[in-house]
Ligand binder design. Structure first.
Ligand code: NAI
Length: 306
């Protein structure tokens, strides 16, 4: 199993590290445009192998896509992150050009690869990869919902005063502060609806804290986060590589599902060896449906800037 990660920055390197530590891939190729940068990150990570007990080989490459040939999975994290006060949408000008060039270079050497898009604005970047590569829809996956759901679970556990492992919940919709839809109605604490423990006001606070989860960290760090994004990507990569058939919310091309067309939006999917094995159609109530319509309109408005 060969995985290429483009962009050896904060998220790309964290993603490579988690993939290696989970020890399911034989090889991770880290590629960056900055001379020597990926080589340095790869060497540093390889020097953790004996300490962390992994056998995955991590190689660093400066912009030579021939070294990525025959990758089973390619992750695109190249591009600029947001600074405090910026929205993800403001990154489109620079990142669209980068994502378009990178995806076509990857496919040139790995025509059968599955692509995971991370660069922001992620839903629009995933849509751009669809439009510019024409790959089958099961092989283009936008990562956002897995991260947002992890942040939702963190906030739920905080409100409940219990462990995160007791909590389950999912965020669908667009990967933006206004587009995210934390599904509080379906969230559970060990099988019990969280509404049994939390007031409507507290649940609403959890929802709002989840939606600004990225912005909160950007303000604290001065740039966007990397540990949870890297871990979230590695979980998607593992689900595909190990054919786990796990359910994650991912940004995928919708062709009638949930009533939308010609848009990449976060919905639950089953991930396995073919990438998206199935889009899971959950029954939303009227308020959640209205939220999805609003979220889709926000993503479409950004797509129109392409
Ligand atoms: P970073 O600045 O630390 O790393 C980006 C890397 O991309 C840099 O090393 C840069 O040299 C490289 N790069 C730029 N153009 C390139 C090209 N044409 N080819 C190869 N490499 C190139 O940024 P960070 O924090 O790693 O974030 C990366 C992207 O991921 C940003 O767009 C950020 O907004 C996004 N992101 C998305 C998340 C999600 O949930 N979808 C979560 C966190 C970040």
């Amino acid at each position: 199993m060969k995985v290429t990660v483009v962009g050896a920055g904060a998220v790309g390197a964290s993603c490579a590290e988690y993939i290696a530590i989970k020890n399911f891939a034989s090889e991770v190729v880290l590629l960056d445009i900055k001379e020597g940068y990926a080589e340095g990150k790869a060497m540093d990570l390889m020097q953790t192998a004996s300490l962390n007990g992994f056998d995955t080989k991590i190689t660093g490459i400066t912009n030579d896509y021939s070294k990525t040939a025959d990758s089973d999975i390619c992750v695109i994290t190249s591009g600029i992150p947001r600074k405090p006060g910026m929205t993800r949408e403001e990154l489109i000008g620079i990142n669209a050009g980068i994502v378009k060039t990178v995806s076509s270079s990857l496919i040139q050497y790995s025509p059968n690869t599955i692509i995971i898009v991370v660069s922001n604005p992620m839903d629009t970047m995933a849509y751009l990869v669809h439009k510019s590569t024409n790959l089958p829809k099961n092989r283009i996956i936008g990562m956002g919902g897995a991260l947002d759901s992890a942040r939702f679970k963190y906030r739920l556990a905080e409100a409940l005063g219990g462990p995160i492992s007791d909590v389950d919940g999912m965020v669908i919709g667009g990967h933006s502060d206004t587009g995210m839809i934390p599904l509080t109605r379906l969230a559970t604490r060990n099988g019990v609806p969280v509404s049994e423990f939390l007031s409507a006001d507290r649940l609403n606070q959890v929802k709002e804290d989840t939606k600004v989860g990225g912005a909160t960290l950007t303000k604290l760090l001065g740039t966007s986060a990397w540990y949870a994004p890297g871990a979230a990507v590695s979980s998607l990569v593992q689900a595909i590589a190990c054919d786990q058939k796990k359910v994650f919310p991912c940004s995928v091309l919708l062709e009638g599902e949930y009533g939308f067309n010609d848009i990449c939006l976060g919905v639950p999917v089953i991930l396995g060896k073919n990438g998206i094995e199935e889009i899971v159609n959950i029954k939303l109530n009227d308020a959640e449906k209205a939220n999805m319509v609003e979220s889709a309109a926000g993503v479409k408005a950004v797509n129109d800037l392409l």
